[in-house]
Design a protein around this ligand. Structure first.
Ligand code: FO1
Length: 304
């Protein structure tokens, strides 16, 4: 039995993680989730990428919004707004329960990993996923308008400010979640989901020792860029602002220190054989569940 570590961030990554959960048994994969997007808001610790994965693996994701929980209502937010409270980050009533629960457990001394596992169990999720670290890491987006906490950049300011760089406060002093570290010691390869390289994958790579693991292990990444466009989110916009080409080739270059195989979309088949990393050409745009499963199968087969 082969064992894989899966690295993921938000919505795009969770789609492939769901596909992988249909292709691999729970004992064959562990998912390490970016927590650089986490923030403290209204007194709660909010972990958007962990929650996106929880809702996705539980079949509870809000497909209409693209984030949050299915069947959501907004009475809390409306009441908060009426009070003049901060409502730019939209917390639905059901979603709020998760933030209350997590914040209360963290205040009682539980680690983020423990709380994540409790939540996964209550949602009936069989495949294991963990925060990249139990320590707080917070992404700052540097922009022409100054530094912005990630969610201020992403949600409040709708990714409008032009980015100039990123930093991951706390990463240098943080340690990989101990179970991820242990898993890396015995695993057969790493699968990097089609998440934003700068703000979803790089925070995980910023943890001490992670890049060394990736250099040592077989790795495969799926391009988040197809024909110069990001499937979801601001990746292509960020690349343009950073003065690099918004192409799958550039993503491969970003990962080239440790990447062994790169999955590119059929629309980018022209790049096959032209990159510093060997490529696998496959349909990477995941619309249906079957698309997610098919891409997961391609990824696992290519790595094994
Ligand atoms: N994304 C938005 O675009 N607007 C929101 O109001 C918003 C609220 C929100 C609440 C809880 C949660 O877990 C996620 C939420 N997201 C929202 C998504 C999220 O902030 C981003 O998609 C990720 O951080 C990027 O990976």
């Amino acid at each position: 039995m082969a064992r894989y570590l899966v690295l993921t961030g938000g919505v795009g990554g969770a789609k492939l993680a769901l596909g992988l959960s249909h292709v691999l048994e729970p004992a064959e994969m562990l998912i390490a989730v970016n927590t650089g997007d986490d923030f403290e808001h209204l007194g709660f610790t909010i972990c958007p990428d962990l929650d996106t994965l929880t809702y996705t693996l539980a079949g509870e994701s809000n497909t209409k919004l693209g984030w949050g929980r299915a069947g959501e209502t907004w009475q809390f937010l409306e009441a908060l707004e009426a009070l003049g409270g901060e409502s730019w980050f939209r917390l639905g009533d059901k979603d709020l329960a998760l933030h209350v629960y997590r914040s209360q457990r963290l205040a009682a001394g539980a680690s983020l990993g423990q709380v994540t596992e409790e939540i996964a169990q209550r949602f009936g999720i069989r495949h294991r996923y963990l925060p990249m670290s139990n320590d707080a890491v917070r992404t700052t987006v540097h922009t022409g308008q100054g530094p912005l906490a990630f969610q201020h950049y992403f949600v409040r300011d709708r990714c409008e400010p032009a980015v100039t760089g990123f930093d991951f406060a706390g990463a240098d002093a943080a340690t990989l979640h101990p179970d991820i570290e242990a898993w890396l010691g015995g695993c057969d390869g790493v699968i990097v989901c089609p998440s934003n390289p700068f703000v979803s994958v790089d925070p995980i790579l910023a943890l001490p020792g992670m890049r060394e693991h990736l250099k040592r292990l077989p790795t495969i990444a799926v391009s988040p860029i197809v024909a110069g466009l990001a499937i979801k989110g601001p990746t292509a916009k960020m690349m343009a602002e950073l003065n690099v080409p918004a192409t799958a080739a550039q993503v491969a270059k970003h990962y080239e220190d440790w990447l062994d195989l790169f999955v590119i979309d059929e629309a980018d088949a022209g790049l096959h054989g032209t990159l510093s990393v060997p490529t696998v050409v496959a349909p990477t745009v995941m619309v249906s569940l079957q698309d997610r499963i098919d891409l997961a199968r391609v990824t696992v087969d290519a790595l094994s």
